[in-house]
Design a protein around this ligand. Structure first.
Ligand SMILES: *Cc1c(COP(=O)(O)O)cnc(C)c1O
Length: 216
């Protein structure tokens, strides 16, 4: 078993009173999730719709499922009935689709808007202007609620670069006092993220070991 339960306990202590720990379990088997569940973990994050739906079917019902991947509009319907929080909303069209499915399922779906903070072009997300526009437009949508922002820093050893990206995100977050979730920080940079105001971290490899995409 690759699960690092000692790391889990020490992470929980580090987070106490500061941040919610979402255990990122993409590509990992349900047995691994069950180990953390048995230790009390309830928030799990997944990146792929089909994998999330399959895992949900076999694991306990009180898990809070976070969708943290890049969500395609045509797949919203599969997770809309149950998902606890969608982290990566990066367009108004996607938000409208989530709202439509929220209406169908008679629930309000909580969402985070993803902000592009990294230097890397490949990462998804909105800029400050697009953020302001979507926040404004979203007031018309009654079955979605934007409760915060999410971002991914550059994959870099330059920790001052990473810190500056988190500061950028936190400053944007502070412009909107109605928001309450600031989702930033992963295995390699969560300490800096928390120092810079994150209250939700998404941690995978530190808990579950490295991912091996080729054999999963
Ligand atoms: C995979 C993933 C994580 C977890 O990454 P680790 O480096 O394994 O902790 C966090 N956030 C997002 C959006 C991810 O895709």
């Amino acid at each position: 078993m690759a699960i690092n339960t000692e790391k889990y306990t020490s992470l929980l202590n580090e987070m106490k009173g500061k941040a919610t720990l979402v255990a990122v379990s993409k590509t990992k088997p349900v047995e691994d999730l069950q180990v953390l569940y048995n230790l009390g973990q309830r928030d799990f994050g997944e990146n792929y719709v089909q994998e999330l739906v399959d895992k949900k079917a076999t694991l306990p019902k009180d898990i809070r499922w976070h969708f943290i991947g890049h969500l395609q509009s045509n797949k919203v319907k599969y997770i809309a009935p149950f998902t606890h929080l969608i982290h990566g909303v990066d367009s108004f069209n996607l938000l409208k689709e989530i709202n439509k499915e929220g209406i169908k399922n008679n629930r309000i779906i909580n969402c985070l808007l993803q902000i592009h903070i990294a230097k890397e072009e490949t990462k998804f997300g909105l800029d400050a202007t697009e953020l302001a526009l979507i926040i404004k437009e979203s007031t018309a949508l009654k079955n979605t609620r934007i409760i915060g922002l999410m971002g991914m820093a550059s994959f870099s050893n330059d920790m001052s670069l990473v810190r500056n990206e988190f500061i950028l995100l936190r400053n944007l977050y502070n412009l909107y006092p109605e928001l309450s979730i600031l989702s930033m920080g992963m295995s390699g940079d969560y300490t800096i993220a928390i120092e810079e105001g994150s209250n939700l971290v998404r941690i995978g490899s530190l808990l579950f070991g490295e991912r091996n995409y080729s054999t999963s």
